[in-house]
Ligand binder design. Structure first.
Ligand code: FAD
Length: 344
């Protein structure tokens, strides 16, 4: 699928999200790619419930609430999200635009690329089960998966989920209605997930729709590419065989710069050096904002990334619309901006 747009943004963390607002005010349309299955980057993945105290005008706001408010703020600009996709390749086209490719086959052609990739892409931790890698990438809905990209591919399957956090419980709850069976295993009878998710999981367990064992996966069985079952080990060290078509381990995420390192953008210590007037990398048309960039005096704060997004948008406008003049306007007094925001 090839999409043409004004700006392709790598990363839907808080800074990628706010970039949509600043670009939208200038009539620039955006597509965002994130390897995660939801927006918010570090705010959502690392500290959703923690209060942040240094967002201007919001004396206290949790990571998750900030993301919710950013999504509300950018809604008028109808950003298009590509979740669960890794930006894997970048190529310059003969007409001067860029083609950004993802591992899901999406191709986005745009004159401007904004790298808002934070500390890099969140990648799943592989559990310490010997030979597990032989069952990865086995195909839709079978074998070992670290993310659910299309729920439908798991319909009618026997699913084993391992983990005790939000992702594990969210997928138990979401997949239970369409799976043949869902079994959850966790090494203790307690969870790190939101209480309402724990309650829902317990209700499904009580209704016989989900099985839960205090156990861990010791071994995986089957032919390479075709998982047939696992050996589970209980708290009392007893072991038993469990038949399953698919195994979804949710053991947390690590952050790696990932494929951006191969994009040919100049990097210094895994960060993208930028100028502080445009927040453009040393490759014209490729901008870097938020935690991924570096410049003298850089502070890795959300506040700094918001400022960077505003200046980046002004520069991006001149690349996307070279024959148009940019007029500085306030949202308070410009009826034109208010119309775009749907408030007048
Ligand atoms: C515990 C903790 C507390 C914090 N508290 C505060 C605070 O109080 N105040 C404050 O201002 N800041 C705080 N921060 C820092 C703040 O969270 C970061 O500055 C902010 O998240 C940076 O936003 P970002 O959008 O640049 O990057 P991120 O939030 O890291 O988002 C980047 C996104 O890009 C995606 N991505 C990267 N590469 C790819 C790729 N190749 N393909 C697809 N997707 C990709 C990632 O999956 C990620 O979702 C805190 C951070 C932590 C960890």
């Amino acid at each position: 699928m090839t999409i043409e747009t004004d700006v392709a943004i790598i990363g839907a963390g808080p800074i990628g999200l706010f970039a949509v607002f600043e670009l939208g005010l200038l009539d620039l349309k955006c597509h965002l790619i994130d390897i995660l299955d939801r927006p918010g980057g570090q705010c959502t993945e690392l500290y959703p419930e923690k209060p942040i105290y240094d967002i201007p005008g919001l004396p206290i706001v949790t990571g998750q609430e900030l993301v919710k408010r950013l999504l509300e703020q950018i809604k008028p600009f109808d950003p298009q999200f590509h979740f669960g996709e890794m930006a894997t390749g970048l190529e310059k086209l003969a007409d001067g635009r860029w083609k950004l490719k993802t591992d899901a086959g999406t191709e986005i052609v745009a004159p401007v690329i904004v790298v808002a990739a934070g500390a890099g892409s969140f990648q799943p931790k592989r559990p310490p089960v010997p030979g597990i890698e032989k069952f990865e990438n086995a195909g839709d809905g079978i074998g070992v998966h670290y993310a659910v990209r299309k729920m439908e591919t798991f319909r009618g399957k026997n699913i084993l989920i391992a983990g005790g956090g939000d992702s594990a419980l969210d997928w138990v709850i979401n997949l239970a209605p369409l799976a043949k069976s869902v079994t959850l295993v966790h090494h203790r009878d307690g969870f790190r997930a939101a209480q309402h998710s724990v309650n829902q999981m317990r209700e499904l367990e009580a209704a016989g729709k989900v099985k839960f064992h205090v156990a861990s996966v010791k071994q995986v069985h089957g032919e390479p590419g075709k998982l047939t079952g696992v050996t589970l080990s209980g708290a009392d060290k007893s072991e038993w065989h469990h038949e399953t078509d698919t195994f979804l381990p949710f053991f947390g995420l690590t952050i790696k710069l990932g494929p951006i390192a191969e994009f040919g953008i100049n990097l210094h210590e895994n960060l993208i050096p930028v100028d502080t007037a445009r927040f453009e990398s040393q490759t014209p048309g490729i901008f870097a904002i938020g935690d991924i960039n570096s410049y003298t005096g850089k502070l890795k704060l959300i506040l700094s990334g918001f400022h960077e997004a505003a200046l980046m948008a002004q520069a991006a406008f001149h690349i996307c619309k070279p024959n148009e003049k940019l007029r500085f306007q306030y949202t308070t007094s410009s009826s034109n901006l208010q119309k775009k925001l749907g408030v007048s």
